[in-house]
Structure formats: structure tokens, C-alpha cells
Design a protein around this ligand. Structure first.
Ligand code: UDP
Length: 487
């Protein structure tokens, strides 16, 4: 296909992973696909003859608040992506512009954080597709809150309010809304200003998952749903273990072998994404809750946590010895775990990737949102898709020490409800399974996401042909001077 597309992913696993998967999809359809990223992140780009890399300079880690050489927001101490981190990513702007001018791609897929890419694409007449790293539902909720400010109609932070103009009745409280929606940050203002200039959106979702929300979004903006992008293929396990995000820890290899020996649907998997951190007290409550719930488990604890100090004494060794559970102290091969036949439930922080990965694997969830748009995703899983059991978290917070403590009883109760044998639990699991089948069909040839990608690529080819006839050259020549200024 005569098309060259640039991908500019944000430096955080929850954005980088799905965007590289989408880049691989484009490459698989014969598109010359170039990922523009830093040297460290380039190692995660999947191998494909149509997939190329153009390097940005190494990230200014120190300015971003990271240790030297760490080039991802997952290395931040707080889960908040700070203004300093954003300012450090803004340093890529002149380098990206130089690459645009010398390679002249036909289309750009850029993370929504890179608002300056939108401006340059608009000036150069290159269609830019924004990548949001979330679903239509949460975008609709965020837009409704920003516009209609329903949260201002209630008097207390814990008083539920409904959100106007959504197809479902959704209740939230003010304390569950991200701070940056209540008081827009500079970045949020920049994103809102950039939105009218984008050509459209590429979404890691599929039309059957959130049909009403996809339809209402496309009334305002072109959008293509090409997911879920976490397909399990014969190479997934290798990629999961080596390339996807960080390299998996040695516990991870042990875990996959351990799962092989467990009964089908018997194991609960617990992971809070790439950035979810907890205090020692909270970790201990989780350990006790899992212990009392009595289901075999795989639990991912961040690698900088010293398990022996943080968890009850000898916990990791005891549960492993008794074949009750495996603790991965580091990066887990999540897609392989979720798709393992032994896994029957997932305790998740409701990050959108984890959500779509579980949906794709047909696994129901305990929802434990922490920050970002995760409380919106929780409502989607519990009230719309009806495949989630809330653990009962009340307040949004991006600081582990400020979060309310979820006691072991709540952990135990939610896990028992999810993994139970009663009709409610069985129906929830059955809905999850059906959704998983639909997700897999969506990405197969002739499925909705496959067709959406076909339409998107055809539209980009058509634009290229049209621009070939009317003065794209003029535009680009006009911009060469700009590049010289930058140099
Ligand atoms: N992930 C993983 N192993 C881990 C932790 C996370 O593979 O130990 C992956 C997970 O599969 C998902 C991504 O990291 O693709 C996390 O994205 P998500 O949107 O769920 O959460 P975030 O990290 O952005 O909060």
C-alpha cells in the first residue's frame, strides 16, 4: 500500500503498548509505518518488515523527575504525570518537526499528549489521528462533566449525581472525578484547543463493546475503532516475556508453568497496571484478603517493593509452597496470563488496556480504580457491560499514601462474589465470555475492527491522492524555512 504513516507514542506503558500494537496492525496491512520514539523505547517496537523506527534524542529523564536513563512515566514515584514530565516531552517538538519535514509522511498517529504535533500537522496539511488510550465511554463521561458540570449540583463530595445525556444512567461522586477535570490543567487546556484541528481519532476499542458511545462520538469527530489490539498470537508469550513494556521478571516464567497445573477458571489474577502503587498497609490487607478468599491467585507487586518487608512474614514462600498462589515481584506477562485457561477472574485498577485485555480474554473483573479515568471505566464495567464487581473504592487519588484503605474483608468479599458459584456470578462470567468471543471476531478478517481499519487506510490513501493533485508541495516547501529556524 502506497502510504507512509508516522506514529508518535507517549512515554508511558499504558500508551506505548497499545500504540505499538496499532502500528503493527498498520504494518501488517502493508503500510510503511514509522515509529518515532527515544532510543530506550525503540527496543519495544515489534519486528515487522514494514515497521521502522526514527529516533528522537534520549529523553531528558532528570528534568522529567526520573532516574537517568529511565524513559517512561512508569518510573515516576507518584502516578501523576507531572508538568515537569510533560515539559520534558515537549522538548521533542523541534526534533519531530525536523523528521516530519524530511520524511513527509502521509498521515500521523500521535498520542493526545503531543498537542504541538497537531499544530505542525495542520500547518503541513498532513491528516493527524489522535490516540487517547481510553474508550468512548470515558471520553463521553469526561466531556459531559466538563460541559454540563453536573457535579456542581450536589453539595458533598460523596453525594452521587447522575450525568446528563448519556445513554445509561451513570452515578458518580465528585470525589471520583479526576482533579484535572474539575480544575483543568495547562495540558488539558492545550488538548481541548488541539481537538478541533485533528483529522480524527484511532481507538483501542471495538464497535460492539460500546456501540452507543462510539455512535455519539462520531457525530462530532471522525473515529475508527481498531481494537482490541492485545491479540494472543503464537508470539504473544515471547513478546510478553521480553518486549511488551518491561522485560518480565523470573517469577513470571514460574507463574506460567504454575498456571498450567491449575484447574480451568480457578485462578484469580491481581494487577494494578504499570503505575499502580500501594502502601505497605494496603499490600498487607490485599495479602490477607486473598488468603481468606481461598482461591488460587497470581498477584503482581511492583518490583521496587521488598516483598519480605512489605507482606506478612513468609507469605510469598508459604502460598507458593502450598500451591495457593504466585507473587510476581516485577513485570508480568499480562496478556498471556489473562488468556490462560486457568484464569477465571481479574482484580484490576480499570486502566483501559487492562480492561480491553480482560474483555478480549473473556474474563470478568473486580474493579478497584485508583486515578486517571479509571473510575469512569469502572462504571462502564459494572453498569454498562455488567462484567465487574466493585471492591468499593470511593475516592480518586494519584498518591498511594492518600488513598482510603481497602480492608481485607472487602477484598475477600469482592473476590468471593466474582469467583462464586451462584447465578449472579455465573451470568457475569457468561457475559464476559460472550464479549470475549465478540472481541476476537472484531479483529478477524471481516470483523468490525478489521473493516474499520480498512476504511481508515482507504481514506488516508484517498487524501494522499487528492493532496498529490493540489499543492501539498507548496505547503511543505513553505515549511522548510521553519525547519531551518528550528535548526
Ligand atoms: N502490564 C503488563 N505487565 C504488568 C503490568 C502491566 O503487561 O506487570 C501491561 C498491561 O497488560 C497493559 C499495560 O501494561 O497493557 C497497562 O495499561 P493500563 O491501561 O491497564 O494501565 P496503566 O498502566 O496505564 O495505568
Amino acid at each position: 500500500m502506497d502510504l507512509h504513516v508516522f506514529f508518535l507514542p507517549f512515554l508511558a506503558p499504558g500508551h506505548m503498548i497499545p500504540m505499538l500494537d496499532i502500528a503493527a496492525l498498520f504494518a501488517g496491512r502493508g503500510v510503511r509505518t514509522t515509529v518515532v520514539t527515544t532510543p530506550t523505547n525503540a527496543a519495544a517496537v515489534p519486528h515487522h518488515p514494514n515497521l521502522h523506527v526514527l529516533l528522537l534524542p534520549p529523553f531528558n529523564s532528570r528534568a522529567a523527575g526520573l532516574p537517568d536513563g529511565v524513559e517512561t512515566a512508569a518510573g515516576l514515584r507518584d502516578t501523576q504525570i507531572s508538568p515537569a514530565f510533560i515539559a520534558a516531552t515537549d522538548e521533542f517538538e523541534p526534533h519531530f518537526l525536523r523528521l516530519l519535514l524530511s520524511h513527509r509522511p502521509d498521515c500521523i498517529v500521535a498520542d493526545v499528549h503531543f498537542t504541538w504535533a497537531v499544530d505542525h500537522a495542520a500547518t503541513l496539511g498532513i491528516p493527524l489521528l489522535s490516540f487517547y488510550a481510553t474508550g468512548f465511554f470515558s471520553i463521553a463521561v469526561a466531556a459531559a462533566i466538563s460541559h454540563f458540570k453536573d457535579h456542581e449540583s450536589v453539595t458533598g463530595d460523596d453525594v452521587p449525581f447522575t450525568i446528563d445525556f448519556l445513554p445509561h444512567k451513570i452515578y458518580l461522586t465528585r470525589s471520583q472525578i479526576p482533579g484535572h477535570l474539575i480544575t483543568p490543567t495547562d495540558l488539558v487546556r492545550r488538548m481541548m484547543a488541539a481537538q478541533p484541528k485533528i483529522y480524527g481519532m484511532v481507538m483501542n476499542t471495538f464497535l460492539e463493546l460500546e456501540p452507543e458511545y462510539a455512535a455519539s462520538m462520531t457525530q462530532f469527530c471522525k473515529a475508527w475503532s481498531v481494537g482490541p489490539v492485545c491479540r494472543k498470537s503464537p508470539t504473544t508469550k515471547d513478546r510478553d516475556l521480553s518486549q511488551r513494556g518491561e522485560a518480565a521478571s523470573k517469577d513470571a516464567i514460574d507463574c506460567l508453568q504454575w498456571l498450567d497445573e491449575r484447574e480451568t477458571d480457578s485462578v484469580i489474577y491481581i494487577c494494578f497496571g504499570s503505575m499502580g502503587r500501594f502502601t505497605t498497609t494496603q499490600l498487607q490487607e490485599i495479602a490477607r484478603g486473598l488468603d481468606s478468599a481461598g482461591h488460587p491467585f497470581v498477584w503482581v507487586v511492583k518490583k521496587d517493593i521488598h516483598i519480605s518487608a512489605a507482606l506478612p512474614s513468609g507469605f510469598k514462600e508459604r502460598v507458593r509452597r502450598e500451591n495457593r498462589g504466585v507473587i510476581i515481584n516485577g513485570w508480568a506477562p499480562q496478556v498471556s496470563i489473562l488468556n490462560h485457561r486457568a484464569v477465571g477472574g481479574f482484580v484490576t485498577h480499570c486502566g483501559w488496556n487492562s480492561t480491553t485485555e480482560a474483555v478480549n480474554a473473556g474474563v470478568a473483573m473486580v474493579t478497584w480504580p485508583l486515578h486517571a479515568e479509571q473510575f469512569f471505566n469502572e462504571r462502564f464495567l459494572v453498569d454498562v457491560a455488567k462484567i465487574g464487581v466493585p471492591v468499593g473504592v470511593k475516592a480518586w487519588s494519584d498518591k498511594e499514601e492518600e488513598r482510603e484503605l481497602v480492608g481485607k474483608e472487602k477484598v475477600e468479599e469482592a473476590v468471593r462474589r466474582l469467583m462464586g458459584e451462584d447465578t449472579e456470578a455465573a451470568e457475569r462470567r457468561s457475559r464476559a465470555r460472550v464479549l470475549g468471543e465478540t472481541a476476537k471476531k472484531a479483529v478477524e478478517k471481516g470483523g468490525s475492527s478489521y473493516n474499520e481499519l480498512t476504511k481508515l487506510l482507504e481514506e488516508m490513501v484517498e487524501i494522499k491522492t487528492r493532496w498529490g493533485k493540489v499543492g501539498k508541495e507548496e505547503n511543505v516547501i513553505g515549511e522548510v524555512n521553519k525547519s531551518q529556524e528550528v535548526n
